[in-house]
Design a binder for this molecule. Structure first.
Ligand code: HH2
Length: 310
């Protein structure tokens, strides 16, 4: 069973060898608002990352040029991505803040170009309401906000007015300093309570319940042991009743667990292990850099019966 998405744009059947080309997606079903993706047996969706930034932690500078970013997006679509997450500002500790106009100038041409070729659901990875507005106007259907709509007093109302899906992610502190001294008494309980409260705030502001996703924010103000506790207890986040997005791909916590993986390109094995574990625990989607490898791992795990089949 394929999983419905609370974003504009339809996910068609696909998978290795049958990855949709941009052209075949264009043939164009009408994008439909989707019902809640909760429900047993659905396969996990793969969200491919497109960082249009000079300084993202693992691929900064590779896709800052819009043509390179669009090429990368095409490749992720061909590899089987279900959603593209396009961002113009890095959230890694110490990353330089980006002015609103620059962030818009980075992401909008890429979103427009992808949208011209493909109906793949697009999410915009930003904290800024103005960037979310511009991105949705350009064709994005999901606002992925690592601040869970807390960055601006306008965030909640903007999300409600846009009518798009939203990802509410947990972060302790703010990106510049979040890894300095993360501290929790009970990380799973605190993250769960935060996500439940932000979902309630979004609903109270007028965001439709079925458009809300939640994300425990692996590595955002968390030591490896905190991220591990969240992954071990992901079922408690899933039990909150919203689709759960999990992003572990290439993150430093993998090196914290497995040692000898100081370079981001040495973390593929750990990234896949975490994506499979998240899928088993009921995540709705995994956010990854390495789409082909993740899709393959999920297909094999699905065929074996470890996760819901592709
Ligand atoms: N992780 C990153 C960025 N955005 N959004 C959600 N919802 N969940 C995540 O885990 C998440 C996220 C960090 O990864 P990346 O985009 O590769 O790095 P950077 O922020 O340096 O661009």
């Amino acid at each position: 069973m394929s999983r419905a998405l609370p974003v504009e744009g339809r996910v068609a059947a696909k998978r290795p060898g049958g990855g949709l080309s941009p052209r075949s997606r264009r043939s164009g079903e009408t994008p439909t608002p989707n019902p809640s993706p909760q429900g047993g047996g659905a396969r996990v969706l793969v969200m491919g990352i497109v960082n249009v930034t000079p300084d993202s932690f693992s691929d900064g500078g590779r896709f800052l040029d819009p043509e390179a970013a669009v090429d990368h997006a095409r490749r992720l679509i061909a590899e089987g991505a279900d959603i593209l997450d396009i961002g113009g500002e890095s959230t890694r500790p110490g990353a330089a803040p980006v002015a609103e106009a620059n962030e818009i100038a980075r992401v909008v041409p890429v979103i427009e170009a992808v949208r011209r070729e493909s109906a793949i659901p697009i999410s915009i990875d930003t904290m800024k309401p103005a960037v979310a507005r511009a991105a949705v106007a350009a064709g994005a259907g999901l606002w992925n906000d690592v601040t869970a709509l807390t960055w601006s007093p306008d965030s909640l109302a903007t999300a409600a007015a846009l009518g798009c899906g939203v990802v509410l992610m947990h972060m302790q502190g703010e990106p510049r300093t979040m890894q300095a001294a993360p501290r929790y008494d009970d990380v799973v309980a605190e993250v769960s309570a935060f996500l439940a409260a932000r979902a309630a705030a979004a609903i109270a502001a007028g965001v439709a319940r079925e458009r809300i996703w939640i994300d425990p924010g692996i590595g955002f103000g968390k030591r490896a042991e905190h991220s591990l506790a969240l992954l071990r207890n992901l079922d408690r986040i899933v039990a909150l009743g919203f689709p759960v997005l999990v992003g572990v791909s290439r993150k430093r916590s993998i090196a914290g667990i497995a040692g000898d993986a100081s370079r981001e390109d040495q973390r593929l094995g750990g990234s896949i292990a975490a994506a499979l574990a998240a899928a088993r625990a009921g995540a709705a989607a995994v956010r990854v850099h390495d789409v082909a490898e993740t899709v393959q791992a999920l297909a094999v795990a699905g065929a074996i019966g470890e996760v819901s089949p592709a």
